[in-house]
Design a protein around this ligand. Structure first.
Ligand code: IMP
Ligand code: MG
Length: 172
């Protein structure tokens, strides 16, 4: 059966929200040593737009995790596929994620980065599915709260496809 896409968030809506998040982060991180950690692969597009909305000196690192394989349900097993190889000691680390679903991936990320002794550690996610949470995690910046449905586009995939859509759609 062919899968259908239904628009959830247009590119304009996403960009408007990113401008607000960028301003908030700019004001919160003045005078700090900001290191943005982009979580691959899903957050690459969000992160590219978010950092351009932050008016501060910052550096960007990439961290790879795989938690779903090619399924649309969390496997519960999180695997590192690419690590950050610089020291994060004394840095103000902001993790940028695409989506918090069960919370298992972010829980894994926060534990991993806390062990690297940053001065501060916060999380920014584009999307949050509050009804799917299994593991409570602290979300410091959130773009949009959405329902339970599986979403694709704007960097997010289903079996590696749909990442190139300009907005976010629900896969039905
Ligand atoms: P969690 O560990 O269940 O919170 O899942 C987080 C990861 O699963 C995210 O970083 C995404 O890569 C992926 N994911 C969760 N929900 C969706 C979705 O609706 N669409 C695409 N990817 C998703
Ligand atoms: Mg994914």
């Amino acid at each position: 059966m062919k899968q259908k896409l239904k628009t959830l968030l247009s590119k304009e809506k996403i960009q408007k929200r990113i401008a607000v998040l960028g301003k908030q982060i700019t004001s919160d991180y003045k005078g700090k040593d900001l290191v943005i950690v982009c979580v691959l692969k899903g957050a690459f597009m969000f992160c590219a737009d978010l950092i351009r909305a932050i008016d501060l000196p910052l550096t960007v690192e990439f961290f790879g995790v795989q938690s779903y394989g090619d399924n649309t349900h969390s496997s519960g097993i999180v695997k590192t596929t690419l690590d950050v190889d610089i020291s994060l000691e004394g840095k103000d680390v902001l993790i940028v994620e695409d989506i918090v679903d069960t919370g298992l991936t972010v829980d894994y990320l926060l534990k991993h980065f806390l062990s690297r002794n940053p001065r501060s550690l916060k999380l920014c996610t584009l999307l949050l599915k509050p009804d799917c949470i299994q593991q409570e995690v602290q979300v410091d910046y959130c773009g949009f709260k959405i329902g339970k449905k599986f979403v694709v586009g704007y960097g997010l995939d289903a079996a590696q496809l749909y990442r190139n859509l300009k907005g976010l759609s629900v896969l039905t």
